[in-house]
Ligand binder design. Sequence first.
Ligand code: ZN
Ligand code: ZN
Length: 242
Amino acid sequence: MRRPGIICNSCCNRLSLRVAVNPSVERYREQFRKEEIGGAYRGRLHLLFTSAVSLSVVAWCILSLDQVKPLEWLTIPAVFIYANLVEYFGHRYPMHHPVKGLKILFFRHTKQHHRFFTDKEMTFANSRDYKAVLFPPEMIVFFLGGFGLPMWVALYFLVSANVAWLALGMALAYFINYEWLHWAYHCDPQSRVGRIPGVQALRTLHLHHHDPSLMSHYNFNITYPIGDWIFRTLYDVKGQRS
Ligand SMILES: [Zn+2]
Ligand SMILES: [Zn+2]
């Protein structure tokens, strides 16, 4: 039984003293845990599965490259920017507004993730709470088969094998970077993970996004705020709005 105000942040391998979670957020968290997290769920295994699948695909893509031409290397920055904008627009619109056919994204993000974590309560209570952040494993398989494979086939036959491998590898590298960063933002900021250089600043941007009064307007990039900078929706670490 957890005592009020003492929370075990097992993701971060430490105990920390923090202010108790707001009662209405805590009520929602208990409801989410009861309805959405099965008894057999293991958060660390979930994180390990996502990481292992993504890194295996990235490694496979790297090993498949063969005498890459200078122009083909441009696939990496092109996919990086494209992925950043997909992250931005996907988060700004279907994840924050109910869109026909994509309402599951709105439900999972605005109705669940934002209720589970607010800017005042950003931290996992334990590793079972990873379920409220990480994409479900079946969705990773669905995205790989539904989007990754067709993209790889199209580029392989229409452009070149190297471009196909670089694009797939970069897409998966971006995805796992997204998952790791978002997970890190919801770890204890005083933990080893939370104190990694760069994570603190990026976490602050995401913390602003979890403020209910700002979430529909600012900081839609979860990773690097390129889309927010371009489209002037950045609420920076100092609280300055663009
Ligand atoms: Zn979040
Ligand atoms: Zn959001």
